[in-house]
Design a protein around this ligand. Structure first.
Ligand code: HEC
Length: 121
């Protein structure tokens, strides 16, 4: 019942913004969208050699610990901010380096957008 109430008020909110905001300018869908296509390029240049083409990490099997399986629920259930920080700062005592030295923040977000495409349904 509460959920229905929330949905109801969201719908009402959208309707009233839709009708009430008549004087406001239409803007092109803005806001930064992180780009999994750019991310795929970065991934294949920098991450693939350890995490593999499918993200399962099988290419770096000789490493200890071996590269994370990026398709796993354990990784995919983590928040963006947590994964961003990992890619940015690296993981101590593993081969996972701090990519902030090679990639800009935007590039890290792009590559994370690509990593998210490994999520299994
Ligand atoms: C030199 C090999 C190597 C490269 C290159 C590499 N990684 Fe990793 N990565 C690892 C290892 C090793 C781990 C740690 C696995 C563990 O802790 O069990 C890891 C862990 C991770 C994790 C999980 C971190 C966590 O908190 O458990 C993510 C996400 C990740 N890598 C993403 C990336 C991305 C994105 C790139 C490319 C920008 C990349 N990695 C490049 C070796 C690598």
């Amino acid at each position: 019942m509460r959920v229905v109430g929330i949905i109801f008020s969201v719908v009402i909110g959208m309707v009233s913004v839709g009708f009430g905001g008549g004087g406001l300018k239409d803007l092109p869908a803005s806001g930064k969208e992180y780009d999994a296509v750019t991310g795929r390029e970065i991934y294949s240049n920098t991450c693939i050699r350890c995490h593999g083409i499918d993200g399962k990490g099988t290419m770096g099997l000789h490493l200890v610990p071996k590269p994370a399986d990026l398709t796993s629920p354990g990784i995919q259930s983590r928040l963006d901010a947590s994964l961003f920080k990992r890619i940015h700062d690296g993981k101590p005592n593993t081969a996972m380096g701090a990519w902030s030295t090679a990639l800009s923040d935007d590039e890290i977000w792009d590559v994370l957008a690509y990593v998210r495409t490994f999520r299994q349904e």
